[in-house]
Design a protein around this ligand. Structure first.
Ligand SMILES: [Zn+2]
Length: 74
C-alpha cells in the first residue's frame, strides 16, 4: 500500500459516506413531505368554511368571509 492508495481509499470511503447520508436525509425529507402537512386546519365559525394555513399562525382569517378563527386541535 502506497500513501497514494491509502488516500484514495479514504476519499472513496468519505464520498460513499457522504452519499449515504445524502440519500438517507433525502429519503427522510421525502417521508416528511409525503406526510399530511403540518398546516393548521381552521373551520370558520361563521360560514363553516374549512381551510388550512401556515403552522406558525394561531388565528387565521376565513378566505370566504374574513372572520378570524382559531385552529382546530386534533
Ligand atoms: Zn367564513
Amino acid at each position: 500500500m502506497t500513501p497514494d492508495k491509502i488516500l484514495f481509499g479514504y476519499a472513496v470511503i468519505l464520498l460513499l459516506a457522504i452519499s449515504i447520508v445524502a440519500l438517507y436525509s433525502e429519503r427522510r425529507r421525502r417521508w416528511f413531505g409525503s406526510r399530511p402537512s403540518d398546516d393548521h386546519v381552521f373551520r370558520c365559525v361563521k360560514c363553516a368554511y374549512v381551510y388550512t394555513d401556515d403552522p406558525d399562525v394561531d388565528r387565521s382569517r376565513c378566505q370566504q368571509c374574513g372572520t378570524s378563527n382559531e385552529a382546530i386541535k386534533f
